[in-house]
Ligand binder design. Structure first.
Ligand SMILES: [Zn+2]
Length: 76
């Protein structure tokens, strides 16, 4: 599933997808085991780490640097 939203980091409309298992685990590690991560969406733009909670664009943060997509990796 993809949602189109205005990304505050990119400053443009971007496609967002749900966090995958690794991303959810990383958010839990950063925010605590009780942090609810099942409705988080991330920006799919190259180099963007922004994620937000479904229905609440104001509840957002950045994924760890290890999840940053490099420009070269996107040119498959
Ligand atoms: Zn973005």
């Amino acid at each position: 599933m993809i949602r189109s939203r205005a990304c505050p980091t990119c400053g443009t409309m971007q496609e967002f997808r749900r966090l995958d298992d690794k991303e959810r685990a990383a958010v839990r590690a950063a925010k605590g085991d009780r942090h609810f991560v099942n409705d988080l969406w991330r920006c799919t733009a190259v180099g963007c780490l922004t994620y937000f909670r479904a229905g609440n664009l104001g509840d957002r943060d950045l994924l760890p640097e290890t999840f940053r997509k490099e420009e070269a990796a996107a040119e498959e």
